[in-house]
Design a protein around this ligand. Structure first.
Ligand code: FHN
Length: 415
């Protein structure tokens, strides 16, 4: 079972992924050709030669980027507990001031700023955990870094690791304060020995820094699901779903396939209810702005998160409730069951929950809601919660049930 041994991660529930790099300048299109894949992959997918792609650095000048404002929004408006930033994505460009590669945001672009340093300071100010995405195997700029579905023969990956990956990890873990986690990604041909060496380096420099599931070789300290994939059942141990609000990670001016705020709230609750964390992405544009629609969606989700934080942060897996309910999802804590209600209903009948319910309340106000515990004709335990008038036409609110027992007790199917 995966165990990060870090309480903050177990309780975090909801985090912000930030994918930002030179690809934001192309925004999904290069010389009139649109990529059909995620925007940050454009260099690989449209076969842009490294010598051409690197010229983008000369145009990168994100005058609007305000690290303080981004972190403030993530913390205060969106209700997130940690932030993971692409310090170097597959394109190979370091979004921090790297001494071991001149291909970095401070030295190679008119931007001339250390973006990561700005984020670090903002995270410290707002009490936000800072994690770093680092693409350890794919590096499309380095002749020895892997590409995807291209000819990688003749590449000396070990040389790449020693020349760029390890030194950059060292810089990242010594120059930017406490790093909560390193979000390795796409291990490709990384051997167990190489994964081990990366972990050793991380732990030597920062023993509390967590290593993501994508380190490869099943050596991660938590399970990272596939992108936008949710395990159907609760998963024991620590885990996280990396996910997008539209379909791309890096900014694309063509991708307007935004999820609805309601869908995101449901996904968050589903993931938390199965014991995982939701790491939701924004892809700022080349000037450093989060797309407006994306921010609006996160604001709306944030309203739910802030009103119902008690039922999200620090929750544990709610197990498998025996019945399919289309209007609700559960999260839980010791002595608490939380019912997140997603559609207007007149009453909630919780069949087969054998816990002794002591109190039912509306999370957002603390208002007591009357309820009745009884047995059905089939002798199932039932808690019946007739909803007060003012809730009957509402959706997207949460009820808390105080339980005598620490854990949930669901009855089996038997006749
Ligand atoms: O290739 C990357 C992709 O660009 C993005 O960073 C996601 C985030 O989980 N990870 C990889 C694909 O799984």
């Amino acid at each position: 079972m995966k165990d990060t041994k870090q309480q903050w991660f177990k309780e975090a529930a909801y985090g912000l992924f930030v994918h930002w790099g030179l690809y934001a300048l192309l925004a999904g299109e290069y010389q009139g050709r649109r990529t059909e894949n995620i925007a940050e992959w454009i260099m690989n997918d449209l076969d842009i030669p490294a010598a051409e792609y690197e010229k983008l650095a000369k145009e990168f000048d994100p005058k609007d980027f305000d690290a303080d404002e981004l972190v403030r929004r993530a913390k205060e408006d969106w209700g997130m507990k940690y932030l993971v930033f692409t310090s170097k994505h597959h394109e190979g460009f370091a979004m921090y001031h790297s001494a071991c590669s001149a291909y970095n945001v401070q030295d190679a672009s008119p931007c001339g700023r250390d973006i990561l340093k700005e984020l670090q300071l903002a995270c410290e100010k707002y009490g936000m955990k800072l994690g770093l995405y680092y693409s350890q195997a794919q590096d499309w700029h380095d002749p020895d870094g892997y590409m995807h579905r291209k000819d990688n023969s003749g590449k000396d990956y070990q040389a790449y690791l020693e020349r760029k990956c390890f030194p950059q990890l060292r810089e990242l873990l010594t120059g930017y304060g406490p790093i909560a986690l390193v979000w390795f990604d796409t291990p490709m041909e990384t051997t167990p020995k190489q994964s081990e060496a990366m972990i050793k380096l991380v732990k030597e420099l920062q023993p509390d820094c967590i290593v993501s599931g994508r380190i490869g070789n099943n050596m991660g300290e938590y399970m990272t699901t596939g992108d936008n994939f949710i395990p159907r059942l609760p998963y024991e141990g620590d885990w996280e779903v990396p996910a997008t609000v539209n379909d791309t990670w890096g900014f694309s001016r063509f991708d307007t396939n935004w999820k609805r705020p309601e869908d995101i709230i449901r996904l968050l609750v589903k993931i938390n209810g199965r014991g995982g964390n939701y790491l939701l992405n924004v892809g700022p544009d080349a000037r450093g702005n989060v797309p407006e629609r994306c921010a609006e969606i996160l604001n709306e989700v944030g309203t739910y998160v802030r009103a119902n934080g008690e039922a999200l942060f620090g929750t544990k897996s709610a197990g498998v409730y025996p019945y399919e309910l289309d209007f609700a999802e559960f999260t839980c804590k010791d002595h608490r069951l939380f019912v997140h209600v997603f559609a207007p209903v007149a009453h909630i009948d919780l069949y087969k929950c054998a816990n002794h319910v002591k109190r039912v309340y509306l999370l957002e106000t603390g208002e007591d809601i009357p309820f009745e515990r009884t047995k059905s004709c089939e002798k199932d335990s039932v808690t019946i919660i007739p909803l007060p008038e003012h809730l009957r036409d509402r959706a997207y609110y949460c009820l808390g049930l105080e339980l005598e027992e620490r854990d949930l007790i669901f009855e089996e199917f038997e006749q």
